[in-house]
Design a binder for this molecule. Structure first.
Ligand code: ADP
Length: 651
């Protein structure tokens, strides 16, 4: 939940308060209008009722006056005058409220009536006690008297007016007008009054005797009651206003105000919710953008955005650190950029144009750039199209890595490698030189000893020429061998491929043994051979193979140096085993302990005082050059067996 400050809480409460206030004001206005309307209505009602009363009074007055006039004529004359009869008929009409007119003599006896009273017609109270008392009262008071209302036949409410008639002879009787309460109320009122009000007459108990309308009024709030006088008694005239149509307008008005108010509250609530949602989203966006900014700022990779024209639109701090320019100095710049190296301006511009042309290599490209302080550095730059939220291509995003240190390290490594190679070449040269010395030692020693032999023979008186020739032959062979060794070493140094030719391996072994025979005899060693006949040829360099055999045999002899004479034999054997020819050189020497065995083929590993430790290393290289293998195993007869396997030459 988001904590709101007191001010914010106030701000959010203001719309609610305003809405409430607005509703209250509207309600008050409606109420005031209503009560004003009611007041108005009531005033109209009262004035209308007064008007009606006036009207009734006037009508009754007029009727009474007419009755008095007609009475004069009827009671004074001996016989009925036709004008009087016509006037009577005119008078007795429902519009006037009169249902009958009777005339009585001075003694109160009925003289006549219009309409005439029928034979069986019930007169009810009309001529009863009440009527008689009204008659007497009129006579005594000498003015008209209204009697009390009574129920006539058919439960019709009636009342009478007794008008005393005086002639020259004094009191002549009375004319009695019988009013129908119903007719009076219904016919005496104009239509507009009836439409606006419900008029009813109530008796003392509140019972409705007569009413102008059958429809009950909706409310009795707008009603006015007064004593119905005449006819006197405890009759009440009640006038009630019908509920006007204005009520519906009001209901509609109030309803729509309430509805609008409700909508207003709802929309304020929605607005508030929306506001809170926006606030939350904004907060999330802010922290997200802060996180991204922190990420960009803490990144070691330089980031640079450009628009489609190549203008810089964004750089991150790492980029600024790399080039030494501030973001303000860079943003808005177009090429050539200040950090481009003037020496590589052309090349940089070309790369820049290529990127803007959409030809950015995904592997990135290396560029030499220049910092503000003039220092140069190598940068690895990756460019990718910048796509905005709408999917439009708006520019290019470049990430830049300072690879100066890495390049320097690479250069250093390269130099070291070169130096190492030179050293190793030197070592190899050294090795070769020693090998050369080692190998040449043999033929040279042999030549020297044959030479001594020759000189000895020459000092003797008789010279055996064939023997001498044989010695010279041997000298020549050893000299050729020395030459071959030098050539081979030369080839080896040049790292040329071995000279391959089909070779009879047995012949090679015999020749090799021939080379070291003299030496072995001198050391009291024997060399025995066990060669399988009719072996297939192998493709090999004869000098190299010869060198391997000589080396292995010599190592065997060295190992048997301290052996008794009976156990001083090196056995060289050949055998075909499948597709390989295996040469075995076995001795009964000291054997090879595991430690020595592990290091045997390492260059310069030797256990001998005068040894070089290069022999086996070179032998193995030669075997591998011929796609063969050099290995060793313990001789079950004591000592070691070295095995050289060579693939049989397939035609
Ligand atoms: P070098 O003969 O100059 O010492 P090699 O590489 O030919 O160099 O031999 C390395 C070492 O291997 C020898 O010093 C010796 O200890 C051991 N070695 C080689 N051949 C034999 C063998 N047949 N019997 C015992 N030890 C051997």
């Amino acid at each position: 939940m988001i904590a709101l400050s007191a001010r914010q809480r106030w701000l959010t409460a203001v719309p609610y308060l305003t809405v409430l206030l607005f509703l209250a004001v509207i309600a008050a206005l409606v109420w005031l209008t209503r009560s004003y309307d009611e007041e108005e209505q009531r005033a109209t009602l009262i004035s209308d009722v007064l008007w009606m009363e006036q009207n009734l009074q006037f009508k009754l007055e007029r009727n009474a006056a007419q009755l008095a006039q007609i009475g004069q004529e009827i009671l004074a004359a001996d016989r009925h005058q036709p004008q009087a009869a016509a006037a009577l008929r005119q008078l007795v009409r429902s519009e006037n409220g009169l249902v009958r007119v009777m005339w009585l003599d001075a003694a109160g006896r009925l003289q006549g009536a219009l309409p005439p009273i029928g034979e069986g017609e019930m007169l009810g109270e009309s001529l009863g006690e009440q009527s008689a008392s009204s008659f007497r009262l009129a006579q005594a008071l000498e003015r008209r008297v209204y009697g009390q209302a009574y129920a006539a036949a058919g439960n019709r409410q009636q009342f009478e007016v007794h008008v005393p008639i005086y002639t020259e002879g004094g009191f002549a009787g009375a004319v009695v007008g019988v009013y129908s309460l119903h007719d009076l109320v219904t016919h005496e009122l104009p239509w507009w009054f009836a439409e606006r009000y419900r008029v009813s007459v109530l008796d003392g108990d509140g019972r409705e005797l007569v009413s102008k309308s059958k429809v009950a009024p909706l409310s009795d709030r707008q009603s006015y009651s007064m004593a119905f006088d005449p006819p006197g008694g405890d009759l009440t005239l009640q006038v009630t206003a019908y509920q006007g149509e204005t009520r519906w307008v009001q209901v509609l008005l109030i309803g729509s105000i309430l509805l609008l108010g409700g909508i207003l509250v709802w929309s304020v609530l929605q607005l508030r919710r929306e506001l809170q949602r926006r606030h939350r989203a904004e907060q999330a966006l802010r922290s997200e953008s802060l996180f991204r900014r922190a990420m960009e700022d803490s990144m070691l990779t330089g980031l640079r955005a450009r628009d489609l024209d190549g203008r810089i639109t964004y750089v991150n701090p790492a980029f600024c650190r790399m080039v030494g320019y501030s973001a303000e100095e860079l943003i808005g710049r177009t090429p050539p950029m200040p950090y481009w190296d003037p020496e590589f301006l052309q090349q940089t511009q070309e790369i820049h144009d290529r990127i803007l042309g959409g030809d950015a290599s995904p592997e990135g490209f290396e560029l030499r750039l220049r910092r503000k302080n003039g220092e140069r550095f190598d940068a690895l730059i990756f460019e990718a199209p910048l796509i905005d939220a709408a999917g439009r291509h708006t520019g290019w995003m470049g990430s830049m890595l300072d690879i100066t240190a890495q390049k320097r390290a690479e250069e250093l490594a390269r130099q070291q490698e070169e130096r190492l190679q030179a050293t190793s070449r030197l070592i190899t040269m050294g090795e070769m030189a020693s090998t050369l010395a080692h190998e040449l030692n043999q033929p040279l020693a042999a030549i020297a000893s044959y030479n001594t032999g020759c000189l000895n023979r020459l000092e003797q008186p008789s010279i055996d020429r064939t023997e001498l020739k044989d010695i010279f032959d041997r000298i020549g062979r050893q000299a050729r061998r020395a030459g071959d060794i030098i050539r081979r070493v030369h080839d080896f140094v040049r790292r040329s491929e071995p000279k391959r030719e089909p070779l009879d391996i047995n012949l090679m072994i015999r020749e090799a043994i021939g080379l070291i025979e003299a030496d072995s005899t001198k050391r009291g060693m024997r060399i025995e051979t066990e060669l399988e006949e009719a072996l297939p040829a192998v493709a090999a360099d004869p000098v190299m193979i010869e060198q391997v055999i000589v080396n292995l045999v010599r190592n065997g002899m060295d190992a048997m140096r301290d052996n008794p004479p009976a156990r001083r034999t090196v056995r060289v054997s050949t055998r075909r085993e499948g597709d390989t020819l295996v040469v075995r050189v076995a001795d009964n020497g000291t054997g090879i302990d595991p430690e020595t065995g592990r290091r045997l083929f390492e260059p310069f590993f030797t256990t001998k005082a005068e040894g070089m430790g290069m022999g086996l290393n070179i032998c193995r290289s030669i075997a591998e050059l011929h796609h063969g293998r050099l290995g060793f195993e313990t001789n079950p007869d004591g000592g070691t067996i070295f095995t050289l396997s060579l693939p049989v030459e397939t035609p």
